[in-house]
Design a protein around this ligand. Structure first.
Ligand SMILES: *Cc1c(COP(=O)(O)O)cnc(C)c1O
Ligand SMILES: [Zn+2]
Length: 561
């Protein structure tokens, strides 16, 4: 679909993109960005307008070859609408809300999740790690569930329990880290390195940064439509329109960096005539970028212990993201990085609910409080066209909806005492596993059936699941390590389930393993006889609920021990 290369920000080398490449092959820099051919971009305005309303309409500008692999539910293309009442209160007639609440999990992180999963699918990667202050974990968990991939979600223990449980209900493996967000990020990075897994590295992940451009594209396209006279014949324009300001609450700066890149590309392609100023708003209890901006520094001093209730915004050490953001803002549309108190944010949250009827989350309220502050200070002018990024609450998951084993808890302290032998985080997690986890082998020739059973089991938090796509492969696997239980499909080419069962039962140590047969087949009486006495349970596909499957597995395991 799109033709792009990964360009190193430090040595300019151009290389092909692969999700597992974390550094420039020429100089080792971890900072690479997607680079497109923008020469024909002027035609995109009319090309994109005819496509379905979702972020996928911008495929030429996304780092993907085959976006259709992703089971989309229409991420992006969230409404842009005027905020009349709030605008009136602020004396700002051209105030628009980009309603990111209407994404699948209520924040703009759904864009990052969708584009990232699409890239993983096209590179046949089926397991990944993220670290999050909440919204990224929720968005990724939902997208991973839809795509049937496995996600390890490292979350700081400071994240509100509701949000943390939502991650678990989608079936991700939650690793609750007692420590700050920055410390949790380090553990997640270490874990992904030890396991060789894809890690979303925020601003440094090409898919993550690129996904955020779609906010900019949509704003420009939607704003152009809104600004047409209402009697215009057709609501289609070939050129787009930039606002004067884009406002967002900021933590790691992936949003503003991506949005800015989006406007830069549109500008380079001739689709818009200017690049907006950015207003990046931080929570005062964790505002390293706002402090550095005010002092005119190009490196931000890290905040070691954030003091804010708004956990979503607790990147204490923005690192190079700040330096890049500042440099690019100064080179393009300018703007400001500022901060507001939690109290002002909560007040803004109540105001937006009352005058606009929008239920927003505290992080989004930080952006609205910033808007109010900048209007009062005269930084934003009455005739400016202003777009504010607005996210919402997520689904409240009550604790009784989850089983007891939905998270694994580790503390950064466990890894920071030099007196302890420095064991890896994988070892630490394995130790937790060994006390509670049972090994299950799923044997089924259909990949999607295996994947579904794997996801359902893994979501319990007490099973480690291995897969075999055929009888011979299964026999190989049980030779290497004997599972606690086998889930067996009957209809398979080469060696069917009956034949495999005979082989497993004929020898130690698989002679006694509990076996649950899951089949789509109506059994004949002869076949019933063949199974009788050899298996613990028979379940027919399409005819059982998840709870029953889990119960049968637990029951079969109990009988054994
Ligand atoms: C992630 C998030 C932010 C911070 O975004 P960055 O662009 O990563 O700084 C702000 N608000 C909401 C609602 C978020 O989910
Ligand atoms: Zn390089």
């Amino acid at each position: 679909m799109s033709s792009f290369v990964a360009k190193c920000l430090d040595c300019d080398a151009h290389t092909p993109y692969h999700p597992l490449t974390n550094a420039c092959p020429e100089c080792g820099s971890e900072w690479m960005e997607a680079c497109y051919d923008l020469d024909t971009g002027i035609f995109w305005g009319s090309t994109f307008a005819d496509r379905p309303a979702s972020l996928w309409r911008y495929s030429e500008l996304l780092p993907l070859q085959n976006p259709s692999l992703y089971p989309t539910i229409g991420e992006g293309w969230t409404p842009l609408f005027p905020a009349h009442q709030l605008g009136m209160l602020l004396g700002l007639p051209n105030l628009y809300i980009k309603d990111e609440r209407q994404n699948p999990t209520g924040s703009f992180k759904d864009r990052q999740a969708a584009v990232t999963v699409a890239a993983l699918l096209e590179h046949n990667i089926n397991e990944a790690v993220i670290c999050s202050t909440g919204n990224v974990a929720i968005a990724f968990s939902a997208a991973f569930a839809r795509a049937g991939l496995k996600l390890w979600a490292f979350i700081t223990s400071l994240v509100p329990p509701d949000k943390m449980r939502e991650v678990a209900i989608y079936g991700s493996q939650v690793i609750k880290v007692t420590g700050t967000y920055d410390q949790a990020k380090k553990l997640a990075a270490q874990f992904s390195l030890e396991r060789g897994l894809f890690l979303d590295r925020g601003v440094r992940s090409i898919t993550a940064l690129e996904s955020m451009k779609t906010i900019a594209f949509e704003i420009a396209e939607q704003l152009a439509k809104l600004q047409l006279p209402s009697n215009a014949e057709t609501k289609k324009t070939s050129t787009w329109s930039s606002p004067d300001w884009y406002i967002q609450a900021v933590s790691g700066a992936i949003g503003p960096l991506g949005v800015l890149k989006g406007f830069q590309e549109m500008h380079a392609a001739g689709l818009v005539d200017k690049i907006p100023a950015l207003a990046c708003i931080q929570s005062a209890g964790c505002a390293p970028m706002a402090k550095a901006w005010e002092a005119d520094l190009d490196v931000a001093d890290p905040v070691l212990s954030p003091k804010t209730h708004i956990t979503t915004l607790t990147t204490g050490d923005p690192g190079r993201a700040y330096t890049l953001l500042r440099q690019r803002m100064l080179e393009t549309g300018g703007g400001t990085i500022d901060s507001v108190s939690d109290e002002d944010a909560f007040r803004a949250l109540g105001l937006v609910a009352k005058v606009e009827g929008l239920s927003i989350e505290p992080a989004a309220a930080v952006a609205f409080a910033g808007l109010i502050k900048l209007v009062r200070q005269g930084v934003i002018h009455p005739d400016d066209v202003v777009v504010i990024n607005c996210s919402g609450h997520t689904m409240p998951v009550e604790s009784r909806l989850l089983g007891p084993a939905w998270s694994k808890d580790i503390s950064v302290d466990d890894f920071e005492f030099p007196t302890h032998p420095r064991e890896g985080i994988v070892a630490a997690l394995t130790q937790i596993d060994q006390t509670q986890m049972r090994n299950v082998l799923v044997i089924d020739d259909q990949a999607d059936a295996r994947r579904l059973i794997r996801r359902l089991l893994e979501a319990q938090g007490t099973f480690l699941v291995a897969e075999a796509e055929s009888g011979p492969i299964a026999l190989q696997l049980v030779k290497q390590s004997v599972p606690d239980l086998i889930i067996l499909d009957l209809m398979m080419p080469e060696m069917d389930g009956f034949a495999l069962l005979d082989r497993l039962r004929a020898q130690m140590p698989t002679h006694d393993i509990p076996i649950v047969v899951v089949t789509a087949k109506e059994l004949t009486s002869v076949e019933w006889k063949r199974l009788d006495g050899h298996i613990e349970q028979l379940m027919t596909k399409g005819d059982f609920f998840v709870e029953e499957l889990i119960e049968e597995i637990e029951e079969a395991l109990r009988q054994e021990h």
